[in-house]
Design a protein around this ligand. Sequence first.
Ligand code: SF4
Length: 353
Amino acid sequence: MNPQKKLREWYLLNKRELPFRNKKQAYPIWISEVMLQQTRVAAMLPLFENFLKRFPNPETLAKSSEEEVLSYWKGLGYYSRARNIRKAAIQLVDQYNGSFPKNLELVLKLPGIGNYTARAVLSIAYDLPLAVLDGNVKRVLSRYFGYTVNILGPKADLDLQKMADDFLNREYPGDHNQAVMELGAMLCLPESPKCLLCPLTEGCFSRIHGKTKEIPVREKNQKQIRLTGEIWVIQKEDLYLLIKEPKTRFLKGMFHLPYGFLGDLPNEEYEPSELFLFLRKHWKLTPSIGTVKHTITHHKLEYSVPHLKLSHIQELETQLRSLTIEFKWVELEQLETEFPSSLARKVKKILLY
Ligand code: SF4
């Protein structure tokens, strides 16, 4: 029996009973895949069921307000996913009659849907021959085929996607994708894989050569990136401006003080926003009241803190609206709760000094 067949048989006998796998329907599969991106199955299940009860199809989701969708997303975090789900549902209703198009390129154009989600939905719901690649699949394939290139490096995703495509069971792509992911979650564990129980044990390179500890190779090689910039405190009487910009590199999806980077930037993702350039142009003489240092993953950030006191805010608010930037004015005491980052605390310390 070929390995794909063994894998599927093992899956059909051992799969966990999960409500989103009961029916081959694109909508619940899509919602479950997005919810599972940052949340474990057990924590996600009650929220998933609640969500589907209120929004049983793309039509109900498309008709609902953003606030209501966000309220059903409580407990899952990363709220930009919920906003994108609603936007994508609106497009599904407007352009595709409420159904998922059976085409990878078209699905990838929907807001918030990346390669993994698109392939998972299309293969599981419609049995399109598209192999998925997530962390579990990468581990299983690199061990099974003895792939020893760093899986965190730039080449690995292309190599492993090709491997996944070649390994796909084209007769049952949906079952196959779920089987590889399930194998990674249940048996081919990062530490101590249960090779004796594994349906792929016979042909597995890492099991045969005793290399399950070394493979997959994970070498963190991220160079530190140093950035300097400004984080603006804009004050109107006793209130301070917080904004939510859709395209910022950091602090996405939360209200924050306006910021931007200056000087030589590593690439365009760090380029200053239009709002930041507007502030620097219109109020270029604004004095800085100090400097804050902040670290985000491998980024070392250093901001000077211009403090702008405005008596007339109309021009600024007009600009914010024309850039479709959400904004609000908050009291100093609320700064850290409304802008939940240690950056808020650091800036507040300077303001109170
Ligand atoms: S035999 Fe072991 S290492 Fe190989 S795929 Fe199965 S669980 Fe993973």
